[in-house]
Design a protein around this ligand. Structure first.
Ligand code: SF4
Ligand code: SF4
Ligand code: SF4
Length: 168
């Protein structure tokens, strides 16, 4: 088989395997279809991440798992990658934001403010309400999508993803 046909086939196959973008792509990574075309699945970004939050997702492509920890935006994953799969780190790493689900303990009138304590940019605030426990709210302007709050929520009520915002 001519090498160019082989390459085209491999490209198609990769496109198929990684058709669905993960919930969280690596910080500064390019659009998912371009990422899948160029990523060799070498695993360098996994070993480079000091927080060990980069894991293999569908098709063996890297993704971020905030249940393992937070992204410190250290840039190691972007720096170690030999392929041109990352935007300049002078740009914003991503547009992910935290979302608090209805299963939050405050909805059941159980006092908990752990997420507030884990949020360094002070994006999570609690709104006092007479006769009820305060409920958390996320300030999108402050949230940088680091994911620190995800692991710290005792009932798994926080998701960080790109819903309602376009991924850059
Ligand atoms: S920026 Fe650093 S902490 Fe965040 S995913 Fe990349 S290597 Fe891990
Ligand atoms: S993702 Fe990070 S910045 Fe956003 S609310 Fe959670 S801890 Fe705060
Ligand atoms: S840590 Fe979880 S359960 Fe506790 S207030 Fe925050 S979102 Fe709710």
């Amino acid at each position: 088989m001519p090498p160019e046909i082989d390459l085209a086939r491999r490209g198609l196959l990769r496109g198929k395997i990684g058709a669905t973008p993960p919930v969280v792509q690596l910080p500064w990574s390019v659009d998912w279809s371009a990422f899948v075309s160029g990523c060799t699945r070498c695993g360098d970004c996994l070993t480079a991440c000091p927080e060990q939050i980069v894991v293999l997702g569908e098709g063996g492509y890297p993704t971020v798992d905030f249940l393992r920890g937070e992204c410190t935006f250290c840039q190691q994953c972007a720096t170690v990658c030999k392929a041109p799969l990352f935007r300049p780190t002078t740009e914003a790493p991503w547009r992910y934001k935290a979302h608090i689900e209805a299963s939050c303990l405050a909805s059941a009138q159980v006092f908990c403010q752990r997420c507030q304590d884990s949020c360094e940019p002070r994006a999570i605030r609690f709104i006092p309400e007479l006769g009820r426990v305060p409920t958390p709210t996320v300030d999108d302007q402050r949230c940088n999508g680091c994911g620190a709050c995800v692991q710290d929520c005792p009932v798994g009520s926080i998701k960080v993803d790109g819903r309602s915002v376009a991924l850059g």
